[in-house]
Write a protein that binds this ligand. Structure first.
Ligand code: UDP
Length: 429
């Protein structure tokens, strides 16, 4: 089963690449060509200087493809990477895996850090760094406190801000908390919005963002996933079926996490041939509960967070995914993996499908009911949604760089501007 799952994924990769070629050809323009084809000398301009800001694991996974693509085009781009240190361990692991070393690390992480502390320290540190580096573009990704801090510091210092994965909305200001508001505020601060889907573009238009400032690129997670899948070795089929579980969202801390644990135990009681693997987020609010509720179960494996390649292998070979993660929802949609989204809202409704991907919340009865349906019919459903292309074709990074190149004029800053880091108390603001 694992062999066929992986073989299917490999076919997926090549057919996606083929689709990508067709799509680009049909438009009469190849994104690879558009970026690579520009002769910098002929334009007689300097390189475009980018600072990519990373705080958490999903930001790393989704900005790494852009950073690598920019570094491959070092005649056009100079890219520096700054980590705020919001989730230091998880990001370090990821960066090492992709061979990227941060140029600066603000190390904002403290025991029991709160959001206002992370935001304030990150804005302060990033402001100083941007004032020194004077980048043409600050690239932020997603919806974290780091994302908001990067956009605000970029704005204060008059760098242009590019928001990768812009325009996702649940419409509920408090869920996900604080990510919905982080992402919406970042929209106010950004100069260019890289929307992963058409729906995200429409959300931005509805909020008054000009269509000229929005580019639908697909999600860079597809770039990361396809790149990783292409390197995965086919493994021997596993004897038992297993479910992959991830749960860490703030909204699910407390009683909801207990419900998730209860649901998983009930599901495994119904399906004696099924095992579960659960890479634990380091957050103690999550970890302590998981260990105490699930640690003794003989068919549940609790692990440390997995490296991205390892995680993709496990995801690819699982028969069902239970998750509250944003990125994992997108990855399941790309792979056509049956999935239960254990949240009340999702800002990624494109990932849902009545047959394979259902928003179930954390009610144990609902999780067990839908999970049972999927486990009884896993082979059939797993094919259904694969390669829907809803989140792009793997060319998002190239399209983002291409857009920055085409907006060179925007990289030139107003000469009279006094950066925020130069403002003093009592200065007019
Ligand atoms: N992931 C990983 N190792 C793990 C668990 C998740 O590499 O042990 C990856 C996963 O593939 C996805 C991303 O982390 O791309 C999701 O991160 P997370 O769930 O922390 O954040 P969210 O996407 O919910 O913002």
């Amino acid at each position: 089963m694992v062999v066929s799952t992986i073989a299917r994924a490999k076919t997926s990769v090549s057919s996606l690449r083929y689709q990508q070629f067709k799509i680009l050809s049909a438009h009469g323009q190849c994104h690879h060509g558009a970026v690579d084809g520009v002769e910098n000398d002929k334009l007689n301009m300097g390189k475009i200087r980018i600072v990519a800001v990373i705080g958490t694991r999903p930001e790393a996974i989704k900005l790494v493809p852009v950073i690598l693509a920019a570094r491959e085009r070092s005649h056009l781009f100079e890219v520096k990477v700054v980590q705020t240190g919001q989730h230091r361990e998880l990001v370090d692991q990821l960066m090492l895996e992709f061979g990227i070393k941060a140029d600066a690390n603000l190390n904002v992480m403290q025991p029991n850090q709160d959001l206002s502390y992370v935001l304030a320290e990150s804005v302060r540190g990033l402001s100083q760094l941007f004032a020194r580096e004077n980048p043409d573009w600050v690239l932020v990704q997603g919806d974290t406190t780091t994302t908001l801090a990067g956009a605000l510091a970029g704005f204060y210092n008059c760098g242009r801000v590019g928001h990768v994965e812009a325009g996702l909305r649940t419409g509920d200001r408090r869920s996900p908390f604080p990510e919905e508001i982080n992402r919406a505020l970042t929209t106010r601060l950004a100069d260019i919005h890289f929307a992963p889907t058409e729906l995200a573009r429409r959300n931005l238009l509805r909020e008054g963002i000009s269509s000229e400032e929005i580019l639908v690129t697909g999600n860079t997670v597809v770039d990361a996933l396809l790149h990783t899948l292409s390197r995965i070795q086919v493994e021997a089929p596993s004897k038992s079926r297993y479910i992959l579980v991830t749960a860490h969202r703030r909204e699910n801390h407390g009683p909801a996490l207990l419900e998730i644990c209860e649901a998983l135990i009930k599901l495994l009681t119904r399906f004696r041939d099924v095992r579960a693997i659960l890479p634990m987020h380091p957050n103690p609010n999550v970890r302590d509960v998981l260990v105490s509720r699930l640690g003794a179960h003989d068919r549940i494996t609790l692990t440390e967070p997995l490296g991205y390649t390892e995680f993709v292998k496990v995801l690819n070979a699982s028969v069902l995914v239970l998750t509250d993660s944003g990125g994992v929802q997108e990855e399941c949609a790309v792979l056509g993996k049956p999935m239960l989204v254990m949240r009340e809202h999702t800002e990624r409704p494109e990932a849902l499908d009545p047959d394979v991907a259902i928003l179930v919340g954390t009610d144990p009865a609902k999780i067990v009911e839908v999970g049972s349906r999927f486990l009884n019919d896993a082979n059939k459903t797993s094919k259904k949604q694969a390669l829907s292309g809803k989140f792009g074709d793997g060319s998002a990074s190239i399209q983002i760089l291409d857009a920055l190149l085409r907006r060179r004029d925007l990289s030139i800053k107003p000469v009279s501007f006094q950066g925020a880091s130069q403002l003093r108390l009592g200065s007019p603001t």
